[in-house]
Design a protein around this ligand. Structure first.
Ligand SMILES: NC(=O)c1ccc[n+]([C@@H]2O[C@H](COP(=O)([O-])OP(=O)(O)OC[C@H]3O[C@@H](n4cnc5c(N)ncnc54)[C@H](OP(=O)(O)O)[C@@H]3O)[C@@H](O)[C@H]2O)c1
Length: 332
């Protein structure tokens, strides 16, 4: 195992005030083991914001704008999202705000197809151009490429960090072995994040890396925290599930799993209702209790409002424990 390169920093949410947000609690900041800025505890992901038609783009801008207005500062994008449109739209919206350069936490990712040394640098240049900024706060390897050794990729990322173009370095969809290998090729900084699919129903990626990440002060960012809306109570009453939701939700919506997942989600909805909390509060705060920072998706401004209300409600620990068992199929 690669020893940590600096003294570990405990990831306790800071008490530092975050931007005022009408109608909800502020989003705390989690200190990172390296990097200039703290990491917001909740973020907005900009992958599936729309189908990238002109109307969708207007709605996407309104959604990002609403998130910023309401205090969201962590925005997660990638060069592959909408083939660069996600980054461009984010850049356009943030440019309208006076302080967006300094108070946001902008994350983007280099594609698994661009992990050769010359490609990494070119990919970041393209992302920065689209975002309209000179640096990003966190740059992630979107996923490993089994054909490109991390010994080629990581030193370039470190060079970009030294040049100040990248505030911190992380990865996504990495196993423990891949995390160890990536860490081995960083000399002066360290990995601070592993972004993985993680929600009450879907723990296959996160569970095997949790202990390693905790031991090495690597924050787990949880994508698909709402199970594409299931953990908002969507699709529980027979409504048709759109193809793109089925397609991009991993195995949750596949016919062999769906009836059981829907049954458990209905039980979770009943638990939320008896505890008088939104179902999404349980989804978010269960992740938080596991030490993960959720990055949710939203395709309209109202969803931002609802999700921030859900974040501001903290379900009691007993409710989260009960939810944990229900999601795993343990019947009362
Ligand atoms: N690193 C990776 O490989 C990777 C992979 C996947 C995702 N991600 C990141 O994680 C982010 C989130 O992923 P995700 O979109 O799968 O997460 P998610 O939060 O589980 O699902 C988002 C979807 O849930 C529905 N939803 C959200 N708020 C809602 C509300 N208040 N009421 C009802 N439905 C609501 C919306 O569906 P509709 O739009 O259909 O209304 C929304 O698009 C992505 O944008 C991306 O940044 C990273």
């Amino acid at each position: 195992m690669t020893p940590p390169k600096r003294a570990p920093v405990r990831k306790k949410p800071s008490r530092a005030p975050t931007p005022a947000r009408p109608g909800g609690a502020p989003i705390e900041t989690i200190p990172l083991a390296a990097g200039k800025k703290g990491h917001p505890a909740l973020g907005l992901g900009l992958w599936g914001l729309g189908r990238w038609t002109p109307e969708d783009e207007a709605r996407t801008k309104a959604t990002i704008g609403r998130a910023y207005e309401r205090g969201v500062r962590w925005f997660d994008s990638a060069e592959v999202y909408g083939s660069g449109r996600s980054e461009r739209v984010l850049g356009e919206v943030l440019h309208r705000t006076a302080t967006a350069g300094s108070d946001t936490f902008v994350v983007t990712k280099v594609s698994w197809e661009h992990l050769r040394p010359n490609q990494v640098r070119a990919a970041l240049v393209g992302s920065l151009e689209r975002l309209g900024r000179s640096s990003v706060d966190l740059y992630l390897v979107h996923a490993p490429d089994p054909h490109v050794p991390l010994a080629e990729t990581m030193p370039v990322l470190e060079a970009l960090w030294k040049e100040g173009k990248v505030g911190a370095i992380g990865v996504s969809n990495f196993s423990e072995e891949q995390l160890e290998e990536a860490a081995r090729h960083l000399a002066e900084t360290r990995l601070v994040v592993n972004q993985v699919r993680y929600n009450l129903f879907d723990r296959d990626e996160a569970d095997p890396v949790r202990a390693y990440c905790r031991a090495h002060d690597i924050l787990l960012e949880a994508y698909t925290p709402l199970a594409r809306g299931l953990l908002h109570g969507r699709y529980l009453d027979g409504k048709r599930i759109p193809t793109e939701v089925r397609k991009f939700a991993h195995r949750l919506f596949e016919p062999d799993r769906l009836p059981e997942i829907v049954r458990r989600a209905r039980d979770l909805r009943a638990l939320a209702s008896s505890a008088k909390v939104p179902l999404a509060s349980i989804a978010f705060h269960w992740l938080r209790a596991q030490g993960a920072a959720p990055v949710f998706g939203a395709s309209r401004p109202e969803q931002i409002d609802e999700n921030l209300v859900a974040w501001s409600v903290r379900p009691p620990a007993g409710v989260l424990e009960r939810a944990d068992r229900i999601a795993q199929g343990v019947r009362a």
